[in-house]
Design a protein around this ligand. Structure first.
Ligand code: MN
Ligand code: MN
Length: 298
């Protein structure tokens, strides 16, 4: 491949594809949310990658940024629409992808419409690098299929150690957006919901994803140790307290993360929930523009 795309992106993408096959063969009604998240992360590590962010398990109206914690008791039901959003990184080069699964016949066509919207967006990028045209394609497929896109969630460019880099890729048409350019690596991720839904997400009560904003000494030994731990393992990539809480007394890590957040050294991501409580489906691929062509990494 004649590529300017770092090889690590290609490897991360390959792992993401293999893990998708693992999910399709293993996750079903009766699976525990925490168990699935942990096993996905283990499958990533087993193949030589690292999780790019905590595995998202979005059930029904829970749309994004819900990562099971140690006390998670949720189990997938046959009626559920479950968005599994996971990422792989190697040296900070990220492949971000998601699929939605359901055993509920009522929502099969919602899933199919969302997959069609992603495919339509990919077809557009092959011939047109204007970001506005991607959103237009997604929303027109949604409308044609009788659904609506979530209007305040977007795809995004990725850069090394940055899941959400400079450019957003909305799921609706918007004017005056930039173009995608050669060597851009980006994720497209339509979220579709029911036609009578509000069509946007609001913050829910749970917060279970964090990331470091910048590495700086605080003068407090305990806080500096947390900073060093996170920086060494994650740099600025999102992480789950679940990954590190075993090294702290119960509740201590969350307290320290809150302290770091007050000092603007750490940021947190609230769970995002469809405003009217309607189920949402999501499909996502990470891809790259390489000498004018499009390479689907995941
Ligand atoms: Mn994702
Ligand atoms: Mn994404």
């Amino acid at each position: 491949m004649n590529t300017r795309i770092p090889e690590q992106y290609v490897k991360s993408g390959k792992i993401a594809r293999e893990v998708r096959q693992w999910i399709l063969g293993n996750v079903r009604a009766g699976s525990g949310l925490l168990d699935v998240a942990e096993k996905i992360e283990a499958e990533i590590v087993r193949r030589g990658g690292q999780p790019a962010f905590p595995t998202g398990m979005g059930v029904n109206e829970v749309t994004a940024h819900y990562a099971p914690q140690e006390d998670e008791v949720g189990v997938i039901q046959e009626s559920d629409v479950v968005k599994i959003d996971y990422g792989v990184h190697i040296d900070g080069y990220i492949a971000d992808t998601s699929i939605t699964i359901t055993e509920n016949p009522q929502y099969q066509s919602l899933l199919e419409a969302t997959e069609k919207a992603l495919q339509a967006a990919i077809d557009v990028v092959k011939r047109d690098k204007r970001i506005g045209e991607i959103g237009k394609a997604i929303s027109s497929v949604a409308e044609r299929e009788g659904y609506r896109p979530i209007n305040n969630l977007s795809g995004h460019t990725v850069e090394q150690y940055q899941v959400h880099a400079g450019k957003s890729i909305p799921n609706l048409y918007a004017p005056n957006l930039p173009m995608l350019k050669n060597a851009d690596v980006f994720a497209i991720e339509p979220f579709l919901t029911l036609p009578d839904a509000a069509g946007y997400v609001i913050e829910g009560p749970q917060v279970n994803i964090f990331s470091l904003i910048v590495r700086r000494k605080t003068g407090n030994k305990e806080l500096d140790e947390v900073m060093d731990l996170i920086w060494n393992e994650r740099k600025t990539l999102p992480f789950s307290p679940r990954w590190y809480s075993g090294r702290f007394k119960e509740g201590r890590l969350l307290f320290l993360l809150r302290e770091l957040e007050k000092r603007r050294l750490v940021t947190s991501y609230a769970t995002l929930v469809e405003a009217s409580g309607k189920p949402v489906a999501q499909f996502e691929h990470t891809m790259a523009i390489d000498d004018g062509g499009l390479v689907i990494l995941t």
